[in-house]
Design a protein around this ligand. Structure first.
Ligand SMILES: [Zn+2]
Length: 288
């Protein structure tokens, strides 16, 4: 799982620095990221040396075309600060960022999700939300500032809860009505302003399936940069009536599944906290 990668694995201290030829560059175009896929489907990214040769006509937002992002497994990641263009190398292609979940390239997968989160934060903060003037990067920390009105803009993370709702030996699995591709997940939602994560658990369960909960207990958290989230996983128990009243604007399905009959399509993908929570419930190892 992403959250189980070695502590210190990602060095995200901001260092205003120029790229070296072998540093990698994350190039984003719309909802896609530029990657090279080997025959075994493992992924790699272009280096600054390669991008320098391609990027002359690419769109850039600032004078400096790239921005240091972080260091992952001793590899320094930079972001192309603009809309990236075509690579002059046919081994590279744009792939949807949301689909880049390769357990065999877990470190890179985590790097891409985190870079995506940062890139999109920069993208929407090129102008001040207070006075609409262009912003500039702070010289010392990861922050955009407005030279006109003094507005300071820090990276934004959206907390969200993932909910393992249990009823004895049953777990509530759901499918989102919003995703084109149907896949099993757990109830989930964003924490709203003014509420605790535990209150968000109870509210989301009531909104999505019309049920009450008790015994809300924390499991784990996971950065999920592809959606700009910090996902916070909880288990909780059904309190009372078990008949589901589905919110069809959010979910196309929400049903109870026995611990020993969880659908194979919900098997652990080695990446997401949701799938890990489904697996550990199947193994009877969830916090009680
Ligand atoms: Zn301003």
């Amino acid at each position: 799982m992403i959250q189980d990668l070695e502590f210190g694995f990602l060095d995200n201290q901001y260092r205003p620095t120029a790229p070296s030829p072998q540093d990698v560059v994350v190039c984003v175009r719309g909802k896609d990221i530029l990657v090279c896929r080997a025959d075994d489907r493992s992924l790699s990214l272009p280096t600054w040396q390669q991008v320098l040769g391609w990027g002359a006509g690419w769109e850039r937002w600032f004078d400096e075309p790239v921005q240091y992002a972080f260091t992952l497994q001793e590899v320094r990641y930079f972001l192309w600060m603009g809309k990236a263009g075509d690579p002059a190398d046919e081994r590279y292609a744009y792939e949807p960022a949301a689909g880049l979940r390769e357990p065999r390239s877990m470190d890179l997968c985590f790097g891409l999700m985190t870079a995506w989160h940062l890139y999109n934060w920069y993208r929407v903060n090129r102008y001040c939300g207070n006075c609409a003037q262009p912003t500039v990067h702070d010289g010392k920390e990861r922050m955009m500032r407005c030279p006109h009105c003094g507005n300071l803009i820090f990276p934004r993370i959206a907390p969200a809860v993932i909910i393992g709702l249990t009823h004895g030996d049953k777990l509530m699995l759901a499918q989102s009505a919003l995703l084109a591709r149907k896949r099993y997940g757990l109830l989930a939602g964003f924490v709203e302003i003014g509420e605790t994560a535990e209150e968000a658990v109870a509210r989301e369960v009531m909104e999505e399936v019309g049920l009450k909960v008790k015994n809300i207990r924390y499991y784990k958290s996971q950065p999920w940069g592809i959606a700009g989230n910090l996902s916070i996983g909880y288990f909780c128990d059904l309190d009372g009536e078990d008949a589901v009243h589905l919110d069809r604007s959010e979910l196309s399905l929400a049903e109870w599944y026995d611990r020993d009959a969880l659908p194979p399509e919900a098997a652990d993908d080695g990446v997401s906290l949701t799938r890990e929570m489904i697996r550990i419930f199947g193994e009877g190892k969830e916090p009680k």
